[in-house]
Design a protein around this ligand. Structure first.
Ligand code: MG
Length: 256
């Protein structure tokens, strides 16, 4: 069921989105060689709690998951696509890329955001992978106008990516509605056909999140039952914003 948000709810989500973006950018700023993925999680959770908010992913257990997620922040390094579990002994090194994905609950309502950042200097083709993924998110946001469909978003993202080179678009994970819950309908794949899917209506709040692999689209799940990893072990990038559907241009809610 798609939940249309009231103006009052949207105001709270907008406020939460500001909090979330400020936390995620602060975490990005401490990414450097020698930092552990657990350090990033600890810092994120501290900042969230200081704002009076709650980490949405900590102990989150979606249907079908064998264990709850054990941290506030998903930290996915290199060939890890999403849902990486932070660890004290996972130390970032020069040339890595790290995807950080965070959800928060602010005054009872949820927002969701992710970005991928380099650790020091990274290989040029990996740098381009990140840039194409970030641009693909913007292309998706541009297509997310009231009256368009989720298929229009998917088609826009997919055709942009294909215009940029040979990349694998992850298909088993997708964007989603957000707000009352961290994951709501509709499901918004990063590929699709114009005019298909669900119609976008003003007042819908959705998270768009292209995940792009340097190799094939195929992914596997680790024994921890959380970490998605590229099947060919090539790097992967992920960018996400929570946005509001309006009559015209979508409004990005996860911004400082
Ligand atoms: Mg999400």
């Amino acid at each position: 069921m798609i939940i249309i948000k009231t103006p009052e709810e949207i105001e709270i989500i907008r406020e939460g989105g500001k909090h979330l973006a400020s936390v995620l950018y602060a975490v990005r700023d401490i990414i450097k060689p020698g930092v552990s993925t657990k350090d990033l999680d600890t810092y994120a959770e501290k900042l969230i709690r200081e704002m009076g908010d709650t980490p949405a992913f900590l102990n989150y257990r979606p249907e079908g998951a064998s264990t709850p997620f054990p941290a506030a922040l998903c930290v996915s390094v290199n060939d890890e696509v999403v849902h990486g579990i932070p660890k004290k002994n996972r130390i970032l090194k020069e040339g890595d890329i790290v995807s950080i994905d965070l959800g928060i609950k602010h005054k009872g309502l949820f927002t969701d955001m992710a970005l991928t950042a380099p650790v020091g200097k990274v290989d040029e083709k990996i740098s381009k992978l990140m840039s194409v993924t970030e641009q693909a998110l913007q292309v998706g946001i541009d297509a997310a106008r009231g009256g368009n469909t989720t298929g229009d978003i998917g088609e826009a993202i997919e055709s942009f990516i294909h215009s940029q080179g040979r990349y694998g678009i992850v298909e088993v994970l997708a964007g989603h509605g957000v707000g009352k819950h961290i994951h709501e309908d509709p499901f918004i794949p990063n590929f699709g056909k114009k005019g298909k899917g669900v119609k976008l209506v003003p007042g819908m709040v959705i998270a768009l999140e292209p995940m792009l692999n340097l190799g094939t689209k195929n992914v596997t799940i680790d024994e921890d039952d959380w970490t998605f990893r590229t099947a060919d072990r090539k790097p992967s990038a992920h960018f996400e914003h929570t946005i509001l559907i309006t009559e015209g241009d979508a409004e990005v809610l996860t911004k400082v």
